[in-house]
Every structure is written in structure tokens, then in C-alpha cells.
Design a protein around this ligand. Structure first.
Ligand SMILES: *Cc1c(COP(=O)(O)O)cnc(C)c1O
Length: 361
């Protein structure tokens, strides 16, 4: 008989399941918003050199100071304003661990990144939601401002995953001046948004503002697990004190540092993904019965009749993987399609054109 842990597991953790990315090996994987382009040769070469010269017998620098310095320089900040984590996910967890917890209100605007609610619940935060418009996924600013009056932490995602839109700067400004909450702006996809979309420049003069970034999306390093937070030094100190000491291993630190230093070579890749997003969106517009929302990220949210069946047939008949979000509140019949290479996008459009509308449950 297997061990029965009922009554032993901390009550707030009962019922959680291991994360399932619903991954099936496919020829074309557009399901996880990864960068599917080949890494530019200069970046790959720099990473290989860095990895080959990294000793594996020594513990990592716990705070990854060399990497922090490079990131600080990228954003015109100081080392004391940067903390790195094992993916943005670790930082999100640590933020909720530190600033959530029993009796602390954490506010989000779903549909958004599912981890906010998961980590919030694990950390026993008092989670509250101000759902986005079901029509255009905009945020009801007055409702959010009202709800944020007694909030410990407000989390906004810009561009938002999975809906693709930006959060208005003026809304963040209002949250910072009209409430006493900490405000996290998750900018995991901001490299794909127009110049000026990032709110990093607002950090100066707004100590309660925090900005999350990751190397998993534009930098094409999802497998390396490196994310970082830009914030006031007091926030960085607090998170430094509670983090898993060696969460970023030496190989991840070396890889991230090389990629940040060579980031100019990634610019054409990002420009191509943005151009492909525009082209993909135009092509999707030709499919009768498909609804889509404008995106500033490297994915497009669409609604099609019988979305779950369409997703399954894409996978089984065409070996194309996309994300089925149709079970999430506000996202009935919605699929999230990452923008791939030109070839991948063409394959997807061909397949969707054949499947949408010719589908029965
Ligand atoms: C992908 C993503 C992250 C961070 O991902 P990591 O791979 O853990 O760095 C954070 N926020 C959003 C909204 C994301 O989509």
C-alpha cells in the first residue's frame, strides 16, 4: 500500500499537481512561446567558449554578481537593483513567498500567467482577481485601482500572456501614486514590443515598482533557466536573503553572461519574429471563423470553433503543437500560437486553414 499523506501535507499545498506543459514531440512546436529560430553563430560561439572554460568543481557565485553587473549595465541600473533566479518562475515564487502570505492581498488580472495564482495559493496569499474584458482583454482601471487599495502586491503582465496586449504606462503610474501596493510588471515578452514599451525607466523614482525579465523568450534560452528582477535595492536585499542559495548553476551563469554580452546579434532574430508575427496575423485573418487579438509578443491568441479538437488534430495529423487554453476562464475555444520561423508559420497556416470550419466535435 502506498503512503497516505492526507493530513501530513501542509493544507495550502493539498491538491497541487506537477506542472504539465502538455508536451508531445512534434515537428513544429509552437506551444511554449520559445524562440524557435537558430541561435546566431556569434552568440552560440560565445556561449560555447564560456561553457568550456567554466570549472564545474566549485560552487557558483550565489548572487551571480558578474551577471548582475552585465544586466545592470544593459538597463542603466546598479548591481544592487538586480537579482537573478532559476527562470523568472523562481523569482515569481520568491516574490509571493516574501510579500504574499496569509492576510496579504495579491491582485492579478486574468486571463494571465497561471503561475501567479499557483504560487500565490502555495504561499497562502489572499488572491484576488480583477478579470480583463472578455471582448478585448483590457483592464478595468477603476476596478483595479479600487481593489488595489488594500493590496500588498499587484501583478501586471506587459505584454500579457496569453492575450498579447500591453499594460498602459499610465495605469502603472496610477497604481504607484494612488495605492501603497508593491507593483510587479512582468515583461517576459517586452523585447517583441515596440521601442519604449518597457517600464524600466520608471524604476527611478518609484521604489515600489518591480520589473521581471527572462532569457527564456527573446534570448532563446528557455532551457537554461535564467530570469531576473529589476527593483529597488531593498527589494533585492529581501529576495537575496530568502532565495535558494545556488539556484543558478555555473553553466547557467556562464551561458547567460555570454548571451547578454552578445545581445546585439540577437536583434535581427527578434526583428524577424516581429515581422513574422505581422505576416502570420495577416494570414490567420484569411481563415473564416477564426478570431484573433492584436499581439505585441511572440505569440497570437486565436479563437476557433471546437478549439480542443482542432489542437488535437493539428498535433496528430500535422505534427504541429499549439497551446489549448480553452479551459481557462474567459478563454473558451482559445488557442495560443507561438510565432515560429517562416516555414513553421506557413505549415501552421496551411494546417489551420484545412482544419478550421471543417471540424465537428
Ligand atoms: C515565460 C514567462 C515567464 C518566465 O519564464 P521563465 O522561463 O521561468 O523565465 C514569466 N512570466 C510570463 C508571463 C511568462 O510567459
Amino acid at each position: 500500500m502506498s503512503l497516505d499523506l492526507t493530513g501530513r501535507v501542509r493544507p495550502s499545498l493539498v491538491g497541487f499537481e506537477p506542472y504539465d506543459p502538455a508536451f508531445t514531440p512534434c515537428d513544429v512546436n509552437l506551444s511554449a512561446n520559445e524562440n524557435t529560430h537558430e541561435l546566431p553563430a556569434a552568440v552560440r560561439a560565445a556561449i560555447e567558449r564560456a561553457l568550456l572554460s567554466t570549472p564545474l568543481n566549485r560552487y557558483p557565485d550565489p548572487l551571480a554578481n558578474e551577471l548582475r553587473d552585465a544586466l545592470a549595465e544593459r538597463h542603466g541600473l546598479e548591481r544592487s537593483n538586480v537579482i537573478v533566479g532559476n527562470g523568472g518562475d523562481e523569482i515569481l515564487f520568491n516574490l509571493l513567498f516574501a510579500f504574499g502570505g496569509p492576510g496579504r492581498t495579491v491582485l492579478t488580472c486574468p486571463p494571465d500567467f497561471a503561475e501567479y495564482a499557483n504560487f500565490g495559493a502555495m504561499c497562502e496569499a489572499d488572491l484576488r482577481f480583477v478579470p480583463r474584458s472578455e471582448v478585448d482583454f483590457s483592464i478595468d482601471e477603476d476596478a483595479l485601482l479600487a481593489a488595489a487599495q488594500d493590496a500588498a502586491l499587484v501583478i501586471l503582465t506587459s505584454p500579457n500572456n496569453p492575450t498579447g496586449g500591453l499594460v498602459p504606462r499610465s495605469l502603472v503610474e496610477r497604481l504607484l501614486t494612488e495605492t501603497d501596493a508593491l507593483v510587479l510588471v512582468d515583461e517576459a515578452y517586452v523585447e517583441f514590443a515596440p521601442e519604449g514599451a518597457s517600464m524600466v525607466d520608471m524604476l527611478a523614482g518609484h521604489p515600489r515598482l518591480m520589473i521581471l525579465r527572462t532569457l527564456s523568450k527573446a534570448f532563446a534560452l528557455a532551457g537554461v533557466r535564467c530570469g531576473y528582477l529589476l527593483a529597488d535595492a531593498a527589494v533585492v536585499n529581501e529576495l537575496s536573503a530568502i532565495r535558494q542559495i545556488y539556484s543558478l548553476d555555473v553553466l547557467a551563469q556562464a551561458t547567460a553572461l555570454a548571451a547578454i554580452r552578445e545581445r546585439e546579434h540577437l536583434r535581427p532574430v527578434i526583428e524577424d519574429i516581429v515581422a513574422e508575427r505581422r505576416r502570420l496575423s495577416l494570414l490567420l485573418g484569411n481563415i473564416a471563423g477564426l478570431e484573433q487579438w492584436p499581439s505585441e509578443a511572440n505569440f497570437i491568441l486565436v479563437r476557433v470553433p471546437h478549439a480542443s479538437t482542432v489542437r488535437q488534430r493539428l498535433r496528430d495529423e500535422r505534427s504541429i503543437l499549439v497551446r489549448d487554453l480553452s479551459a481557462a476562464p474567459g478563454l473558451a475555444d482559445c488557442l495560443r500560437i507561438s510565432v515560429g520561423t517562416r516555414r513553421e508559420n506557413d505549415l501552421l497556416v496551411d494546417a489551420l486553414t484545412a482544419l478550421v470550419g471543417k471540424e465537428t466535435r
